[in-house]
Unconditional design. Sequence first.
Length: 290
Amino acid sequence: MLPAMPTQDTVRQRLDETVAAVRKKVTASPRIGVVLGSGLGGFGDTLEHLTKLPYADLPHLPASRVPGHSGNLCFGDVAGVPVVCMQGRVHYYEGHSIEACVHGARTMARLGVKYVLLTNAAGGVESSWSPGDLMIVTDHLNLMGTSPLLGPNDDSLGPRFPDMSKAYDVSLRETLNAVGAAQGTALRAGIYAALTGPSYETPAEVRMLRGLGAQAVGMSTVPEVIALRHMGVKVAALSCITNLAAGITKATLNHAEVEEVARTRREALVALIGGWIAEVAKLPSPEAAP
């Protein structure tokens, strides 16, 4: 049996209440959003004219209890471009509803964001890859058994059956590649598989994922991508491969290693995200695009 779904009015009302609370504290109108995953939140602290709003101070934005997710909505500028960052996210495995897991991403969209870069820490499924590799997500496998679009559709947010054939925008991915090349940062590309967690995958599950064509596996991102595409926001995603998955590595997997490897890529990620924002800001808004 499916869990009880929020009504259209409930989802819209919660978004309106969160946005209203943000607007009382911040007047900036961000055009670009960034979601910062496990151990990757440092970028939020580099914003110029930084204003931090703890999730706990905003209605309907639950704070993550997972280490590496500090739980702030960060507003500021990158090279003069107004930006909003989610410094951490909540996860389905923490016991939150899938609607709560995408509320932050939907809030960014309601604030006027047109482009979002989502980041995550992920396990590598390719045996030739190494911890610390950065992967541009080209597509995903939703193996979480749920979707943020279950239940009645709110036509004011998006269509009942949104097209996902180009979930990860080609131009935004090309911009990541171009910025990475200019900065000397090597970027891989591949498919991200999302599972619920919180246990890491078994060797048999990793073999299954490899057979399905995945290069990385994690416990987030995909619901947010679905919710953002539903709302017409263009999306790119970047995975930091923090460990090789079970059956590829002989090491015992643990979250402390995930955070540590992510921290080692902080400098490269800050430069890459900042450069990407500066270039994406030059693109026409989606409404103006032919």
